[in-house]
Write a protein that binds this ligand. Structure first.
Ligand code: HEM
Length: 348
């Protein structure tokens, strides 16, 4: 018996069902990469998992050894600098591409019925990816990570109603220390990956069952609507994009390797604390308000974002002729961009 026939017998696969599943028709506009941006965070997620698993072999989640273990990965382990660099850069590209994916879904109103729930799963995924970034940055245990943990847990402590409990849960005591690092590590390498894998599976399942929104472009008639098959057409485009992004990641890791600041020192508060760029808008907001409003503002924003498909429906009923959703989106995106640029340019 040949290996192929033995495999077919031991692992029966329904070829017809597989062919039907992979030849799903896709609206023509997804031929352009910027309309199919969801594939990029999906790929980045896989890169994060693979490089993250490699880093686990050398990283030590202990406040006295964490920093040295990251230094060891960056300076002594074969290709450690590359794996750490790709992990760091793909995290950044993942968040950037997620923001673009969300904006494309928002401005094309693809969150409307029956995709409201999938939008809500998407918002949860976005928050999870931010927490991934925050916990990952903390694991390095350099000065900036330590003080970002300090500020982050303080912000969590100011959450209405559950604040004190939340801060205590995250810190695992009165101070940032071993318990905090263990908890952040558990979230970063176990809880968040499992939860996000399940959510991505549900997200993709809903995309497959509900289909992608059939967008209508200017001058296009309904009868003009064309589709193309997922396999091999869309899969090939995605493969080309993935190869380009992979090359870009390696170049970025080579030219701009993640640097390592001074080791964490709980007795020495740095003059200027800066989080990762995707927290800049919230950080700037916190600086121009106070701790209470600093927490309430982003919370209101997230709740609004989460329920957006229903808020949009409400505005649509109230002002049927005016595209209120579009203008709220423009004002929201501009405000966030201004805060981001402001915090980037500000010395402190
Ligand atoms: C790890 C995170 C995510 C992954 C891997 C992902 C993946 C995808 C993919 C592959 C698609 C198919 C069409 C496209 O590429 O645009 C899609 C569509 C969609 N995504 Fe995501 N997505 C993620 C996060 C989000 C977020 C944060 C939101 C919004 C808050 C969102 C909302 C949606 C919606 C509503 C659709 C349907 C769009 C349509 O019908 O045209 N997704 N997503």
């Amino acid at each position: 018996m040949s290996l192929t026939s033995w495999l077919k017998k031991s692992f029966p696969v329904d070829d017809e069902a597989l062919a039907e599943m992979s030849s799903e028709p896709i609206p023509n506009h997804l031929k352009k990469w910027w309309w199919a941006l969801g594939g990029t965070p999906a790929y980045m997620f896989v890169v994060q998992l693979v490089t993250g698993f490699m880093l686990i072999f050398y990283y030590v989640p202990d406040p006295n050894q964490a920093y040295e273990s990251v230094q060891h990965i960056s300076e002594s382990v074969s290709f450690g600098w590359l794996i750490r660099g790709v992990h760091r850069w793909s995290a950044n590209i993942m968040i950037a591409s997620l923001i673009l994916h969300m904006m494309r879904v928002f401005f094309t109103k693809s969150y409307r019925a029956p995709r409201e729930l999938n939008w809500m799963f998407g918002v949860i995924l976005f928050v999870i990816m931010l927490v991934f970034g925050f916990t990952g940055y903390s694991l390095v245990y350099e000065q900036m990570s330590y003080w970002a943990m300090q500020v982050g847990t303080e912000i969590a402590g100011a959450t209405p109603l559950i604040g004190p409990w939340l801060a205590d849960f995250l810190k695992g005591g009165d101070m940032i220390g071993q318990n905090t690092l263990t908890r952040f590590y558990a979230f970063h390498v176990m809880i968040l990956p499992v939860v996000s894998m399940m959510l991505i599976a549900v997200h993709v399942y809903l995309i497959r069952t509900l289909g992608v929104t059939d967008l209508r472009f200017k001058g296009e008639e309904k009868k003009d609507k064309k589709t193309f098959p997922f396999w091999p057409d869309h899969a090939t485009t995605e493969f080309v994009m993935v190869s380009i992004i992979m090359l870009m990641l390696v170049i970025l890791a080579l030219v701009f390797p993640p640097h390592l600041g001074a080791p964490a020192d709980p007795n020495n508060t740095p003059l200027h604390i800066k989080p990762e760029w995707y927290f800049y808008p919230v950080f700037r907001w916190l600086k121009i308000t106070n701790l209470t409003w600093g927490v309430i503002g982003p919370m209101v924003f997230l709740v609004l974002l989460f329920f957006w498909p229903f808020v949009d429906r409400f505005f649509e009923k109230l002002f049927p002729k005016k595209d209120v959703a579009f203008w709220i989106g423009v004002i929201g995106a501009l405000t966030i961009t201004i805060f981001l640029v402001w915090e980037t340019l500000a010395a402190h």
